[in-house]
Design a protein. Structure first.
Length: 199
């Protein structure tokens, strides 16, 4: 009889312990799921979106004055630096916003917005969901009837009335340089977005 009582007590104790362990595992699982979801939403909230008129909290307007302190305040989670760019034409100022974007002026005489560039390591997406590295078919799904233009052998896709332009590469193109490339060249040569430009 004593042996049966001991066995019953021991069984109850083991059941109690396994229930407690199961609750702890569930609690850990739900914590890690919650933690992952918080990380994801924090990652998304830190991601900048370029629209036709804004980059994050910065309102974009052609010819608007650029102020270094204001830019630093709006992008306080990123390093902002003001530099001088050199080119064949006049030198210009550019404001580098981390690795996400570059604001440029027409020259060093006028500190006004000329263009915004997204290139290299940027994770910025535009309001249409287009990012660096996407191919022509990705763009076509999101923005139909794009136009193409070639300037100094650089190829751009654009839409009338839009401020956002895509510079395209020609990954597998083996033909001669052209003054004008066609949409067929873009479609057939694994062309990718190498820059997103607001102008």
């Amino acid at each position: 009889m004593k042996t049966i009582k001991v066995l019953i007590t021991l069984s109850i104790f083991i059941i109690f312990l396994s229930c407690k362990k199961s609750d702890q595992t569930k609690s850990k699982d739900s914590f890690s799921i919650e933690e992952k979801s918080q990380e994801k939403s924090s990652e998304n909230s830190n991601m900048l979106i370029l629209t036709e008129n804004t980059l994050g909290d910065l309102k974009l307007e052609k010819g608007m004055p650029l102020d270094e302190l204001k830019i630093k305040k709006l992008f306080n989670n990123l390093s902002v630096s003001k530099n001088i760019g050199e080119q064949d034409g006049p030198n210009y100022f550019y404001y580098k916003i981390g690795t996400e974007a570059i604001l440029t002026t027409p020259n060093t005489e006028n500190e006004i917005l000329s263009q915004l560039w997204i290139n290299e390591k940027s994770k910025v997406s535009d309001e249409y969901g287009i990012k660096l590295g996407m191919i022509y078919s990705d763009i076509e799904k999101r923005r139909t009837n794009m136009n193409i233009s070639t300037e100094h052998y650089h190829i751009y896709l654009y839409k009338e009335g839009s401020n956002i332009v895509y510079e395209m590469s020609l990954e597998n193109y083996n033909g001669p340089d052209k003054e004008e490339y066609s949409l067929e060249d873009i479609k057939n040569n694994n062309s990718k977005v190498v820059s997103i430009i607001w102008k």
